[in-house]
Design a protein around this ligand. Sequence first.
Ligand SMILES: NC(=O)c1ccc[n+]([C@@H]2O[C@H](COP(=O)([O-])OP(=O)(O)OC[C@H]3O[C@@H](n4cnc5c(N)ncnc54)[C@H](O)[C@@H]3O)[C@@H](O)[C@H]2O)c1
Length: 252
Amino acid sequence: MKFEGKSVIVTGASSGMGYEIALEFAKEGAVVIAVARRAERLEELAKSAEGFAGKILPYAGDISSQAVNEGMIEFALKECGKLDILVNNAGVLDEFKPIGEVTNELWDKVMAVNITGPMYAIRKAIQVMETQEDGGNIVNIASIGGICGCRAGAAYTTSKHALVGLTKNTAYMYAKKKIRCNVICPGGVETEVMNGQQMSQMGIERVMSGLDSTLPQGKPKDIASTVLFLASENAAFMNGAVIVIDGGVSCN
Ligand SMILES: NC(=O)c1ccc[n+]([C@@H]2O[C@H](COP(=O)([O-])OP(=O)(O)OC[C@H]3O[C@@H](n4cnc5c(N)ncnc54)[C@H](O)[C@@H]3O)[C@@H](O)[C@H]2O)c1
């Protein structure tokens, strides 16, 4: 029970990695606030955790909203009296569009979910964690698109690079306050994120060029295990780390 009594928020918990991350924390005894738009999916998730050492409490809302980000943290404080761990996992793709094809609407949507939402959450979480004796722990989920130039379209690549930058800045600024902030950069993982993506022809060809498309994809569990490690005392000296988990694809 590594996380017994810990108060954890996981955004984007209705599917994919977020779903798995929430379950793994609950197995380890945490009280998990699971955030996403689809309330019924969150209810299902909470049911799946029945009988676990910890529990999952749904909190439905759109993560691009400041009110939802601040509301989920207030909810954690009301339920647990503290916030130990924040996992900013929610994210959306961008149709793999190069900048010449990006509309204002697409840009604004991707930025709102992938970087402005996490900024609202991190800002509020820091204000809470600074006052806690044990500080706190933040894990962000970016992408190899956050460190490589062409693993998605222009908007997604920009938003995930920004999340890597915000992670490093936060890590250093609050290093003396017992607050750690790290970021995971996954490669291809089998989740719903690609569903319904209309690929820009020019974008997808460039993203895939030189890559072996037959290399195996990861599973949500591969990412969840690293999130729990980073949030644990085993990673006490890890702060501002950028962890690539992609089966080696970005070594090419
Ligand atoms: N799957 C991959 O190959 C891959 C690779 C690199 C990075 N990522 C990143 O990993 C994270 C998790 O993605 P996933 O692969 O599990 O995808 P997913 O689509 O299965 O999950 C994304 C989650 O974010 C939630 N979400 C999206 N927009 C939201 C909004 N406006 N408000 C609230 N919740 C919202 C979705 O409901 C879902 O719960 C994302 O940040 C994604 O960019 C995924």
